[in-house]
Design a protein around this ligand. Sequence first.
Ligand code: HEC
Ligand code: HEC
Ligand code: HEC
Length: 215
Amino acid sequence: MGCHQVSAPTGPAPKDPPQASPPSTALLTGTLSCSGRGCHADFERPDVKDQSPSRFSYTRWLHQDPHTRAYQVLFEPLAIEIGKKLGIANVGEEPRCLVCHCTPLAARNDPIAVEERTFGVGCEACHGPAHQWLVPHRDAAWQKMKPAEKQLEYARVGMNWLQGQSERALVCAGCHIGAPANNANGLPARAIDGSTSACAFFARALMGTWSCYLG
Ligand code: HEC
Ligand code: HEC
Ligand code: HEC
């Protein structure tokens, strides 16, 4: 008897412990989740006075942003040639290439990731994975927040505050210069170190357009 008595377990089985930061593509909601006509995929309407660019972010990305092509280029002759030189048989499935040529979390190898790759560098590549964001940011209450409150909210749900120049520069540099491996999410280094590929430079050199770096 007493405090050491062990009784048979009753009641429901204990739940799995919560994961602090699930290392999963489930963090992504996918580029299409931003694409409602009433969300970010409205037509650009020069005839509508003061139409907010937020209404057509998706539309403009789709029609005008070279990032939409980032995944496709991995299947073109130049990419295949880079692959040969680096001993990579299939650059279109190589995480070391995908981590910059699509939304980084989509470089993972699960069905959601593979589907999301085709969108290239999608919304969540720059804005951050939106699983905690998608629903609350549509609330009237959320939309009424002042910028300072919003900034805190972005940080809380893991979105990037791209209005901030330094945060924005880090996001762009992460692919246009490089970034360390993200072990928690199983992502390789975004490396411009010669072993993966000095990609932007390598691609340019093979295309014979070094002049754009030489001024
Ligand atoms: C650190 C990020 C990064 C990695 C890793 C990376 N790339 Fe790139 N790649 C870029 C960026 C950024 C550009 C665009 C450069 C520009 O246009 O200024 C680019 C451009 C290219 C281009 C030229 C695309 C075009 O429009 O013609 C090819 C081809 C390419 N990369 C293939 C690869 C292959 C193959 C791998 C893997 C071996 C790879 N890249 C890995 C960031 C990366
Ligand atoms: C290559 C990076 C990049 C990609 C990809 C991208 N954005 Fe942005 N987005 C930005 C930057 C940078 C800003 C400007 C922030 C500022 O100046 O306030 C921005 C601004 C916005 C804004 C205005 C509100 C805000 O948060 O500043 C919306 C809405 C938006 N983007 C939606 C999208 C959607 C939807 C997609 C996908 C179709 C997308 N973005 C893809 C970088 C990106
Ligand atoms: C997830 C990786 C990634 C991120 C993040 C990213 N880019 Fe890119 N960017 C690329 C790749 C890959 C290409 C090449 C696409 C292609 O070949 O068509 C590219 C192409 C471009 C181009 C066209 C270059 C050319 O030669 O035509 C510009 C400009 C650019 N990015 C600017 C930005 C800016 C500004 C940001 C941050 C707001 C940013 N990128 C964030 C990967 C990224």
